[in-house]
Design a protein around this ligand. Structure first.
Ligand code: CMC
Length: 391
């Protein structure tokens, strides 16, 4: 009963109005606040994009400097989070640790903020963007048994993160500028993607009035799945398993066989029925980054051959399955020495600005209601209870 539409997977339901990100999946267009992703990728920086997502406009120099200073100021992680992390088994997946640590920020900061106050909401956004890389690097170092590093606040956002990841005492970290630049570009491309599963989760949790840290932690949990942000880790595992371009044909055949239960990871997208514009940018940069870093990775040849074979196969052509953002990103992370268990964490760092921009927008929108989907009931009709002895 009731008047509602059955729409599993929300194929045709707009859950909100949003002015943040525009996608035209048929044309392969992605814009943040009206700016084409190609222009932002070429000319902007992740922190500038984060400001744009949050505030709706690109910052002028003074606004950018103030934002950068504030993010830098809040980059430290509370010492108690380090104790909290110690409770994890040493081989816990970093996504489990990051998700729990971000949720735990509610316990450190939430009772000090009033989510009805726009300035308090903004401060929560700054804290999340600032602390996410510190927490992510701490989780990584814990998982490999290294002592954690403080954020070096004389460095910019991505370089600071790479230092927290890889720096060891008494050995200066030789970082190629290419590495920080490549990371910054990947973060720009991953920063927002309108109502994807994790952002919708942040909004659903946010719609109950839950605090921003709990809302973003829920988004991290949603991101983890292999159909969403977990795909970048799954792609690299798949490429490693294929091992050599000569095995590509059999993998493509397996992906077409519905009984195999196997899908080509990093292929297909709910919205893009054309080349994912982010994948196009990453594909081009993968060659350049690997060359600049002096890395030669045979898995790049496997990936290129897989793409070539799939894109001329009727199965993929008819279903409009193209490489998505996750197909090539893992190869760049790998070239930066980031282990594959961290790939989805990298995605989470970048998406934090998008998630929190949506959370803020939701609180600024007058017609926001608690998210409460309906269902089509398929269970038993009314029946009478029988005592256990008679069952
Ligand atoms: N390999 C083989 N077949 C596929 C694939 C794939 N990667 N993706 C979709 N299909 C087939 C699917 O079997 C179905 O075929 P049929 O119509 O014969 O039943 C058809 O294409 C449509 O697929 P769908 O599952 O109905 O499409 P969806 O919009 O519900 O799912 C998707 C989109 C991204 C979950 C899916 O394409 C997929 O599982 N891809 C692999 C995982 C992946 O790369 N995910 C990352 C997405 S982009 C980044 C992000 O969001 O985090």
């Amino acid at each position: 009963t009731g008047c509602f539409t059955y729409d599993p997977g929300f194929m045709s339901t707009a859950s909100c109005r949003s002015a943040i990100t525009y996608i035209d999946g048929d044309a392969g267009v992605l814009m943040y606040r009206g700016y084409p992703i190609e222009q932002l990728a070429k000319q902007s920086s992740y922190l500038e994009v984060a400001y744009l997502l949050l505030h709706g406009e690109l910052p002028n120099q003074a606004q950018f400097d103030a934002f950068d200073n504030e993010v830098t100021h809040h980059s430290m992680m509370h010492e108690s989070i380090r104790h909290f992390l110690r409770g994890f088994h040493h081989d816990a997946h970093p996504m489990a640790m990051v998700c729990a640590s971000i949720a735990s920020l509610s316990a450190f900061y939430h009772d000090k903020i009033d989510i009805e106050n726009p300035e308090h909401r903004r401060l929560a956004a700054v804290r999340l963007i600032a602390k996410m890389p510190t927490i992510a690097a701490a989780c990584y170092r814990y998982s490999v048994g290294w002592p954690m590093r403080f954020p070096r606040n004389n460095l910019e956002y991505c370089t600071r993160f790479l230092h927290m990841m890889f720096e060891v005492p008494s050995e200066p970290l030789e970082l190629s500028p290419t590495a920080a630049k490549a990371l910054d570009l990947l973060f720009i491309l991953h920063a927002d993607h309108e109502q994807n599963a994790s952002t919708s989760t942040v909004r659903l949790v946010g719609s109950t009035g839950a605090n921003p840290y709990a809302s973003v932690a829920a988004g991290i949990a949603a991101l983890w799945g292999p159909a969403h942000g977990g795909a970048n880790e799954a792609v690299l595992k798949m490429l490693e398993e294929i091992g050599d371009a000569k095995h590509v044909d059999s993998v493509v055949a397996k992906a077409k066989d519905k009984n195999s239960g196997f899908r080509l990871m990093g292929f297909g997208h709910r919205i893009y029925k054309n080349y994912d514009p982010r994948a196009a940018i990453i594909r081009e940069m993968t060659h350049k980054v690997l060359a600049d870093l002096g890395v030669s990775d045979p898995l790049l040849d496997v990936a290129l051959e897989l793409e070539r074979v799939a894109l001329k196969d009727d199965y993929f052509v008819e279903r409009k399955l193209y490489p998505n953002v996750d197909f090539y990103s893992g190869l760049i992370y790998k070239a930066l020495n980031i282990p594959k268990e961290m790939f989805t964490v990298m995605f989470a760092i970048a998406r934090t600005s998008g998630w929190i921009a949506h959370w803020i927008e939701q609180h600024e929108t007058a017609d926001t209601k608690i998210g409460r989907p309906r269902q089509v009931y398929t269970g038993a009709a009314k029946r009478d209870y029988r005592p256990i002895t008679t069952r």
